[in-house]
Design a binder for this molecule. Sequence first.
Ligand code: ZN
Length: 364
Amino acid sequence: MSMILQNQWLCRPISKFIFSNLVPTTYAALVFPPKHVMTCSLFVVHATNAPFPPHGVDEFVENAFDEPKVKILKQKMEVHGISLDNSCLPGKYYNLFCPKCKGGELKERSLSFHIVPDGEFAMWRCFRAKCGWCGRVFADDKDLYSRTEERLGLEPLGPKLIAYFKERLISEETLSRNSVRQMSDSKTVIAFTYKQNGLLVGCKYRTTGKRFWQGKGTEKMLYGIDDISDAAEIVIVEGEIDKLSLEEAGIRNCVSVPGGAPGKVSSKDLPPIEKDTAYQYLWNCKEYLDKAVRITLATDNDPPGQALAKELARRLGQERCWQVHWPKKDEFSSFKDANEVLKYMGADALKRIVENAEPFTIGK
Ligand SMILES: [Zn+2]
């Protein structure tokens, strides 16, 4: 059944409608001569029995193949979860597995992918109606390509900020593994680099006076996402420094929310995903979070932190959520967050406290 469906698709000429709203009109004529459709997995390319192109098209592709551009496109596709090998050439169409819907129950190769012949951009669309994921990336634009550390004006941490972190018991080793940087023209501004598949996708800045802002065009996602890519058990904290603190306690399978905590728990029903703007970062990381069977919420011990834990649990499913309860500091107060516990109780205690999280209950 799945074969039949797949072949029906492959034999159907991939026509303009699939990409119609993605292609600048000037490219439309160039991009849609008859093409042969190929499927391409990580390592294998299978030509299909779709009609072959007229002679000359392949030569054109060869001549137009501009390797540096294609390399950039491939790098950018990695960020979107699409791995291309060298068999994916400009000017051809490929049917790939869609990283968003995985081809549904029939495991179809539902993602139609194309690099235009001159290698200027790549585009894709999942033709499963339920998914419909589509997009394009350019080889020479200002987004990811320009978002290298140097162009963002970042440099390695200097002595002042290293001392700032040392006071919080965050080591240079941890800072370096997480590519924590500073702004080169404002050396007291910390830059937390957001990476996905090792590539820079955004940046959040923080002054030592606790002022925060985000780099332009930053992807809405969790901080440290690569550390949970294969994790069945994960920890979610409320700030980048808490993630670094957990690393000091030997816990790496941890991510931080990018934007702190809400004022209070919403009394309304959950909005549909596309309208759930404050939690877009969760939905953008859904494929990572879906793999987790145990999610430990280690947010701050204050009303916003507790509200955040509840909002996260509502979206992630309370049944797989556990909650850390920070211990008492003295008769009157409790520790506020992971970094405070690290500072006052040490790494071993922090590890133990996180591991002793209790099943999440909305009432608490
Ligand atoms: Zn899809």
